[in-house]
Design a protein around this ligand. Structure first.
Ligand SMILES: *Cc1c(COP(=O)(O)O)cnc(C)c1O
Ligand code: SF4
Length: 450
């Protein structure tokens, strides 16, 4: 029996009033969460608290780690500075000023997302769209730039802190539609955020229905990047527009489009509730394909068994494992990151214990400046220990599936820390990438000043 639930959000100001927390954490521990939640966005909800977190297993419970801030997310100096301000009750402005300073040192927009991936049309940047890979455009609907809860490790955390300079979203004019119309090479649009499924049915319709017009015939696949199945499955079951949403999806598919959920699922524990099972069944019944992706994150899913069991559950529910990402270099990455060799080992150990149906998650991969770079393996060539790398997507489509080699490095966590193997000076794509990036920044400069 699924009992209808109304969403109740909990943020920084509610930390003292969540019974579960008061019963399980000391005042000191709650204070630590508050300190961090003044820097990073904090939000959780009644489903996560009541049905997902195992309160007998905190702080280690992966779902607790997933939405509740942890003391180690800031280094000691940053933490002390913030903690002192809060203890001495300084005005909110002062706290915000320091929070802003700390954030600006945490690489809020990794891999040049704000500039080089944003297309320019008629000498003006197109708001709320990123177009990096030829076939696929990302769209950030302005009404979808929050989530039902926030992940502590979120690589788009800068979207949620109310700092306009760091925000990224479509504007009133919806120029992005104009852009899509005039780019017939775009076969896929991916609505993302935030989480587009926080939008009301009405809002969703304003974004999705126009794509059924003939001028968008080249757009075959509509994807929705969402964590709603994990954070608020009631969206598709008992929310008052749940049926409307399923009808909308059905309509889109009847019009000949492929509709895919790119579901963000970090741990098998998100896949156990009855309401989640019901949500998945309903989506599948109208024909939505659910593909799953997740970064690999220390304290949350840094074990092969966790991945293997998650993939098994996903396939069993009719979901298709799609990508295993490596956490980007942003925010509290030092708390969450895992060295590349260990990351690869976890992927391989998970892969080898499941059947072919569950081996569809490609990775582990870095969404880096040149493209989606996957670690294919670790091996020795002429005595030199190397990482074998490969691009699954690239700024220049011709860079894909050309294996390249980096020196093995036990502690590296990201592409930019790697150096080419065999004494080479550069990776094969670097000159061309530098040139492209320079051209793009120049175009953006020009657009800003005109
Ligand atoms: C991952 C990604 C996509 C989608 O890539 P697929 O391989 O088609 O899933 C599109 N744009 C950007 C910027 C991405 O990082
Ligand atoms: S659901 Fe996605 S966008 Fe939202 S907080 Fe989590 S990682 Fe970030």
């Amino acid at each position: 029996m699924i009992i209808q639930k109304k969403i109740k959000f909990y943020g920084l100001k509610d930390l003292d009033s969540i019974e579960y927390i008061k019963n399980k954490l000391t005042d000191e521990e709650i204070f630590d969460i508050k300190v961090i939640a003044n820097v990073f966005p904090f939000r959780t909800n009644n489903y996560v608290i009541e049905e997902l977190i195992n309160w007998d297993n905190i702080p280690n419970d992966p779902i607790f780690q997933l939405t509740f801030m942890q003391r180690e997310m800031l280094d000691d100096n940053q933490f002390a500075e913030m903690a002192n301000l809060i203890r001495s009750n300084v005005p909110k402005d002062e706290i915000n000023r320091v929070a802003k300073k700390i954030r600006s040192g945490l690489n809020p927009h990794p891999s040049g997302q704000m500039t080089v991936n944003v297309p320019i049309m008629d000498n003006i940047a197109v708001a709320g769209i990123q177009h990096k890979y030829k076939e696929t455009a990302l769209i950030f609907p302005s009404a979808g730039q929050t989530c039902h809860a926030y992940c502590t490790f979120c690589f788009r955390w800068a979207q949620f802190i109310g700092d306009h300079d760091l925000k990224f979203a479509t504007d009133e004019s919806n120029r992005f539609q104009q852009y899509l119309k005039s780019h017939s090479e775009i076969s896929d649009v991916l609505f993302t955020g935030g989480d587009p499924m926080v939008m009301s049915l009405k809002k969703l319709e304003t974004y999705l229905l126009p794509l059924l017009q003939p001028e968008f015939d080249h757009i075959k696949n509509i994807r929705i990047g969402t964590k709603s199945l994990s954070y608020w499955p009631y969206r598709f079951v008992t929310d008052k527009d749940a049926y409307g949403i399923l009808n909308l999806f059905e309509k889109i598919m009847n019009a000949g489009k492929h509709l895919a959920f790119m579901a963000h699922v970090n741990h098998g524990k998100e896949l156990e509730t009855e309401v989640l099972h019901s949500a998945v069944r309903r989506l599948r019944n109208v024909g939505v394909k659910i593909r799953t992706q997740s970064p690999i994150i220390k304290h949350i899913n840094d074990s092969a068994d966790v991945w293997a069991s998650m993939w098994r559950k996903q396939v069993n529910l009719g979901m298709i494992p799609y990508y295993m990402f490596i956490e980007r270099e942003t925010g509290a990455k030092e708390y969450f990151e895992i060295p590349l060799p260990r990351t690869f080992e976890i992927y391989r150990d998970a892969f080898k214990q499941v059947s072919g149906l569950q081996r569809t998650a490609r990775g582990p991969l870095m969404s880096a400046s040149p493209g989606k770079v996957v670690i294919e393996g670790v091996t020795r060539v002429n005595g030199e220990k190397v990482f074998v790398l490969n691009m699954l997507q690239a700024r220049n489509p011709d860079w894909v599936k050309r294996p390249f080699f980096a020196k093995y490095d036990e502690t590296s966590t990201w592409l930019e820390q790697l150096t080419p193997a065999f004494g080479e000076q550069k990776f094969f794509y670097e000159d061309e990438l530098d040139k492209t990036l320079k051209e793009k920044s120049y175009e953006h400069e020009k657009a800003r000043h005109s």
